[in-house]
Design a protein around this ligand. Structure first.
Ligand code: UDP
Ligand code: MN
Length: 471
């Protein structure tokens, strides 16, 4: 062995120094230098190869932070360690939401855990998590395998709709709304009642399509949102609910209270809500006959909203309520802003009256009045889409409700929240300098004409026909 070293040393020595002879120490140094140089070149080439991979660096960090290949890439590439200085912050910050990040890629309705117990999320972290978790058609429920806040075994809330009978019951449970301090996302199987005589194409069609229904349990982080949506039977109804529903699907920890102005529930509504996958309660609140009969303007959606308030008084303990009519348009950032209000919040609403917008007027950061095309002696000339109320604040005012007074619904309800000083009203949407909600109106469509059943027998039109809302 020694001989070899000597001979090699001699050979290298000739090239390096031309001295003919070189000591063993020097030749080892030489070889070490060559080895290190070769390794560096190899690493540089490896780094170059990695940089040409189709994945963005951030994606690799997000989805492979625990994988061996990720660690291996650090071992193999010291240059990565240098680069990691910038990304390590991201890793540290995302540690608490790791599970969420990973499961957000899951689209299967059997998606499981998205959040772990004892998470401490900052406001910004929870907002980031919101958008990630929102891709899963599930809602938070508790689990006994978590350290605290277990609500294990809460019953499934199901609006049981029997298409063969005229009466339909909506059952809700208080436990479904209890506050959980630690949360886990699950999808629970829907125990839908099979139609005994499934003779119509729709019955089987709808039953088969949706076997699951998300369950809602309010979580303390972030505060729950209760969205009260009045709706009523008309050709546009499913289109409106679908559009609004998929907007709400981007928002976590939300319970959608869909309340229909009707005496019986409509299986088509349940079907639509099931398909969307936002946790919901489907309830009924018909407009009192005396208002239905009137030739004058009707108090539209009032009985529905009051039913929603009643539900919150019974079941909710914290969070925020918002009246979202089924035909309006909402930027989801308003939901993340309203979540944290403590009393009442207001903001501008686009497409209202001749002024094109209804908004609080803000001067030097203070609410000094209201801008609306019609004031009508109202103390709060605002639109239904332009305010939200904290649930605790509402519950401290047991008589607060909406009056059956067309044009004065918002004003009457907000007045009923007294005592409320203008100074206490929180201003959202960039201090009311932005428009995040719009009072849109859908063009009315004529009811669909009867299908010629003889002509279209045994075609898909028999199925589609069952999905149309007729008067
Ligand atoms: N609405 C209702 N029953 C009715 C008419 C309307 O429940 O007879 C609901 C409707 O679905 C909407 C809200 O009440 O969510 C406001 O009604 P609409 O959009 O017709 O009123 P507008 O916005 O034009 O004032
Ligand atoms: Mn409307």
């Amino acid at each position: 062995m020694k001989g070899n070293y000597t001979s090699l040393g001699t050979y290298s020595g000739i090239n390096a120094g031309g001295n003919g002879k070189m000591s063993l120490g020097k030749s080892i140094k030489m070889y070490l230098t060559i080895f290190i140089l070769t390794t560096c070149i190899y690493m540089a080439l490896y780094q170059y190869h990695i940089s040409r991979e189709p994945f963005a660096a951030s994606e690799v960090v997000k989805h492979q932070e625990k994988s061996s290949s990720y660690i291996a890439s650090y071992l193999w590439s010291p240059i990565s360690l240098l680069m990691a200085n910038s990304s390590s912050n991201t890793i540290n910050n995302s540690i608490t939401t790791t599970t969420t990040t990973t499961t957000s890629t899951t689209t299967a309705p059997t998606a499981t855990t998205t959040r772990t117990a004892g998470q401490k999320l900052t406001a910004s972290a929870s907002i980031r998590m919101v958008s990630l978790a929102a891709t899963i058609p599930t809602l938070i429920s508790s689990s006994s395998d978590l350290r605290s806040g277990s609500l294990g075994g809460h019953p499934q809330k199901t609006a049981t709709t029997k298409t063969t009978t005229t009466t339909t019951t909506t059952t809700t449970t208080a436990s479904g709304l209890a506050t959980a301090t630690s949360t886990r996302t699950t999808t629970t199987a829907k125990t839908s009642a099979k139609t005994p005589a499934a003779t119509t194409p729709t019955a089987g069609h709808m039953e088969n399509a949706h076997k699951t229904r998300p369950t809602f349990v309010a979580a303390s982080v972030p505060p729950p949102l209760y969205i009260i949506t009045p709706t009523y039977r008309r050709p546009e109804q499913m289109a409106e609910l679908t559009r609004l529903g998929y907007t709400l699907k981007h928002v976590v920890n939300l319970l959608w209270l869909v309340i229909e102005d009707a005496n019986i529930t409509n299986p088509l509504v349940s079907h639509t809500l099931d398909r969307i996958g936002v946790p919901y309660e489907y309830m009924l609140a018909p407009m009192p006959e005396k208002y239905k009969q009137t030739k004058k303007a009707k108090p539209r959606g009032v009985s529905n909203r009051n039913r929603g308030l009643e539900y919150l008084r019974q079941h909710a303990t914290e969070g925020v309520l918002y009246f979202a009519d089924d035909d309006n348009t909402y930027d989801i950032s308003i939901f993340e802003q309203m979540r944290y209000i403590t009393k009442v919040a207001m903001w501008p609403v686009g497409l209202v009256t001749k002024t094109g917008v209804s908004s609080p007027i803000i001067q030097e950061g203070k609410l000094v009045g209201f801008y609306d095309g019609w004031i009508g002696g109202r103390k709060y000339p605002v639109d239904m889409a332009g305010f939200a109320v904290n649930v605790k604040f509402l519950k401290e005012r047991p008589n607060a409700q909406m009056p059956f007074k067309p044009g004065y619904e918002e004003d009457g309800f907000l007045r009923s929240l007294a005592p409320l000083d203008n100074k206490e009203i929180e201003l959202l949407a960039d201090d009311c300098r932005d428009v995040l909600t719009w009072h849109t109106q859908t063009k009315k469509n004529a009811p669909a004409q009867e299908l010629n059943r003889t002509r279209y027998k045994n075609t898909n039109l028999e199925y589609i026909d069952k999905l149309l809302v007729r008067p």
